[in-house]
Design a protein. Structure first.
Length: 262
């Protein structure tokens, strides 16, 4: 069996006032689409930031390996050079930068054909968008698509997509799913972060996060069923998974009492 591309072992991260990740274990294979499912506030984005090496998300415990290399102490820039990239849930705006230039930034050898192909992959017409600026003149859905096009154009080894369907009309979810499949077909491993269980349909494997821990891993069907039976009822009762003293420890009690365990 081929060695895993990404291995996360016993990673814990503490932010001011809260332990946002708790002994996280996660493995993503080469060319694999791995869905990370969980309620809002369960720690998914914290894990994404930790994997990218963002400031303030350094593990207190545990290690992270990319293709067998320990990257736990590497900077964001060093991780990016090794082929790790993150598409943010809320894409940044870059006043005055044309879309074509923005897409070219992450490419080793930018070509117009590749830039146009990336836009077409997210259902945006190149002639209509190449000269536009990545700024407030674009809708949230357009900026999200351009962010995904930029990741696609990079051809990274591992793409972390944080809520890629966020800000995109539900009727366009098939476009997102098609892009994820295309990235995997081209050799990119994808960690697909979502709170919507229908997004797991594109995945090869899936894991479920609850209160900062990965509590279940398996086939997408297994994890989706677990989520529907054990997590959605908690969301209806408690809402999103908040951290800090104001939450009253509700989700901490859920985990401590074994509700999220098999």
């Amino acid at each position: 069996m081929d060695r895993a591309l990404l291995e996360v072992r016993k990673v814990s991260v503490r932010r001011p006032g809260a332990e946002v990740l708790r002994n996280v274990d996660l493995t993503v294979g080469r060319g694999e689409i791995h869905a990370l499912l969980g309620l809002n506030g369960s720690g998914k984005t914290s894990l994404a930031l930790t994997l990218m090496g963002a400031a303030g998300y350094e593990p207190e415990e545990g290690r992270i390996w990319l293709d067998g290399e320990d990257i736990t102490e590497l900077s964001v820039t060093e991780r990016a050079r090794k082929g790790l990239t993150l598409a943010w849930q809320a894409p940044a705006r870059f006043e005055g930068i044309p879309v074509a230039d923005y897409l070219a930034l992450g490419m080793d050898e930018p070509t117009l054909d590749r830039i146009e192909e990336a836009l077409e992959a997210v259902a945006l017409a190149p002639r209509a968008y190449l000269g536009r600026s990545v700024d407030s003149g674009l809708s949230g859905g357009e900026r999200k698509r351009i962010e995904l096009a930029a990741v696609h154009a990079m051809r990274p080894r591992l793409a972390i997509l944080d809520e890629p369907d966020s800000g995109i009309d539900v009727l366009c979810l098939e476009d997102v799913i098609s892009l994820v499949r295309r990235m995997a077909d081209e050799g990119t491993s994808v960690l697909l972060i979502t709170h919507r269980d229908e997004m797991t349909s594109v995945a090869d494997k899936a894991s479920l996060m609850c209160a900062g821990s990965v509590v279940s891993s398996g086939t997408p069907d297994q994890v989706r069923d677990y989520f529907a039976r054990r997590c959605r009822p908690h969301a209806d009762l408690l809402g999103s998974q908040p951290w800090g003293e104001g939450a009253g420890g509700a989700y901490e009690r859920v985990v401590a009492e074994g509700v999220c365990d098999e």
